[in-house]
Design a binder for this molecule. Structure first.
Ligand SMILES: [Ca+2]
Ligand SMILES: [Ca+2]
Length: 523
């Protein structure tokens, strides 16, 4: 039974260091306070790879203390949320998706005290932190899997998916997901190094739920749930996005949101629009949209139309992006635009002004290029280019070489240049943070005319109009569906001329080539 003292202690404990082990069966979930105001999750997020962000102790590896020291940069940029790629202990010692302990930090990243300090300092700046959680699989080096592979009699055998002999007919992205060992065959959607958990086993699910609570109880603001359409498989044909996986995702969303002001976003490549619905995950990355945005910024007329139409059928709760840490979502934006900053800015404006929660990939805001000579997807995860030299990231030998354009495109140089990508991102985020209709309003009158896109956003009395011309030539865009005889005041850029709608709610805007304009409608 809760006494007021007990309640007060619990409220205080969120985000503070714990003196004693946490009760993993906490009924207290509903009273664990948030360090953030309601609605914080509608701001822009930064996706951060801790290993590549900021090294604080000279070992060449980014860490939590380093990240904490960069929170002022993120706040100044206008970021209100951070997604950390896995920070739990991993076997890969790189991206971190091969987990070896779901309740311990990657030792190279720091201590639980560092984690608590990061959460506190972020909250002090109005920034929330969500972390990656990989429920589908562990590393093959996870102690529980090492137990399971000892044989059918091991108590943890049924924590993973075993068959003997391996079934036939399976093909996941061109590969057989079954791996044969001397004691039987196990299933791994993403390969032999990442065995899938048996999420039909209630003990496994309880273990993961407790692990999710472990971090929430410390004051964490939510999760990015990895690969959720792969949680549960039925057979060689019915393995992707099964009804059981959707139901389980909803269960996890409910657990997390039982804590106040927590946020959940899912990686669900199979069906982002469905997973973004409240009935499944509540938010999911809008995979596919990023390709259309890049094409539109290159002037592809069909893509401009696709971008105009996207939010006519997508929930406004999707998470948008230009690219991320996975190569299937494209190269770093710099490489996709071959350094064409005008097109780069148009793409950024598109997803930062449209609905959805935008996730900026660290370094994107300064035009960081991929380190192309590296193998696999490593080019996407170079150390952040804080300055022209590596010293901005680490005083030691960095774990990976700097991005090839760090000499010109680094945070320090970009901050000094008024026309830089960094200052453009800042201007777009300022619009988002100052105009609630842009951050969380409706999507109305979305349309395109050739290479020009326009749409309106509305929240309560606030009403905004966004026009983006992806073409190189100036263009005249006819507008309809505006309130009659209303003045449209430029919100961006300051040099734009005010507009006025006619008695029939129409207007015309002349928009220079490769530019963006935002207007506020007078009440
Ligand atoms: Ca370090
Ligand atoms: Ca699975």
């Amino acid at each position: 039974m809760f006494t007021e003292t007990r309640l007060a202690a619990l409220l205080m404990s969120c985000g503070a260091a714990f003196a004693a082990p946490v009760d993993l069966n906490l009924v207290s979930a509903k009273v664990c306070a948030s360090g953030l105001a309601a609605g914080w999750e509608h701001g822009a997020f930064m996706e951060i790879f801790v290993r590549g962000y900021q090294d604080s102790d000279g070992d060449g590896i980014g860490d939590l203390r380093g990240l904490t020291s960069r929170l002022d940069y993120l706040k100044d940029l206008g970021i209100t949320g951070i997604w950390l790629m896995p920070i739990t202990a991993s076997a890969d010692r790189d991206h971190g998706y091969a987990t070896t302990d779901f309740r311990a930090l990657e030792p190279q990243y720091g201590t639980l005290a560092d984690f608590d300090e990061l959460i506190q300092q972020a909250h002090r700046r109005g920034i929330g932190i969500i972390i990656d959680y990989v429920i589908n699989h562990s590393a093959a080096a996870h102690p529980l899997f090492e137990q399971a592979r000892q044989g059918p009699a091991n108590p943890y055998r049924d924590w993973f998916v075993w068959q003997d002999p391996a079934p036939t007919g399976w093909d996941i992205w061109g590969k057989n997901p079954w791996t044969t060992t001397p004691t039987g065959s196990y299933f791994g959607t993403f390969g032999p190094h990442m065995p899938d958990f048996n999420l039909r086993n209630p003990a496994v699910l309880d273990y993961h739920k407790s692990s999710l609570r472990f971090w929430l109880n410390r004051g964490l603001d939510g999760y990015r749930l990895d690969a959720v359409p792969h949680l549960i498989e039925n057979n060689a044909v019915d393995w992707n996005d099964q009804p059981e996986s959707r139901r389980l995702t909803k269960e996890l969303q409910d657990l997390i949101k039982a804590y106040p002001h927590r946020h959940v976003v899912c990686e669900a490549t199979a069906n982002p629009k469905i997973y973004a619905e409240p009935a499944v995950c509540g938010s999911a990355f809008a995979f596919g949209l990023e390709q259309q945005v890049v094409k539109a910024a290159h002037g592809d007329v069909a893509a401009v139309r696709a971008v105009a139409d996207y939010f006519k059928s997508a929930p406004l709760t999707v998470a948008t992006m230009l690219s991320n840490h996975d190569i299937f979502a494209g190269e770093r934006a710099w490489d996709q635009f071959q350094g064409d900053e005008r097109r780069y800015k148009l793409a950024a404006a598109t997803y930062l002004l449209q609905p959805g929660t935008p996730f900026i990939y660290y370094g994107e805001e300064i035009g960081m290029a991929g380190a192309k000579e590296l193998p696999g997807d490593e080019p996407l995860r170079a150390p952040m280019s804080w300055t022209a030299e590596i010293r901005g990231f680490s005083h030691g030998q960095p774990f990976r070489p700097l991005s090839p354009n760090a000499a010109t495109h680094n945070a320090a140089a970009q901050a000094r240049d008024p026309g830089s990508l960094l200052n453009f991102y800042k201007a777009m985020l300022k619009l988002r943070n100052n105009l609630p209709s842009i951050a969380r309003g409706s999507y109305e009158a979305g349309g395109s005319e050739g290479r020009v896109l326009s749409f309106q956003r509305r929240l309560g009395q606030e009403h905004t109009l966004v026009v983006i011309n992806y073409g190189e030539a100036d263009a005249t865009m006819p507008l309809a569906g505006l309130p009659a005889r209303t003045r449209l005041q430029p919100a961006y850029p300051n040099s734009a001329k005010p507009l006025r709608s006619g008695a029939d709610g129409s207007a015309q805007v002349v928009i220079p080539g490769q530019s963006v304009a935002v207007y506020r409608l007078a009440r």
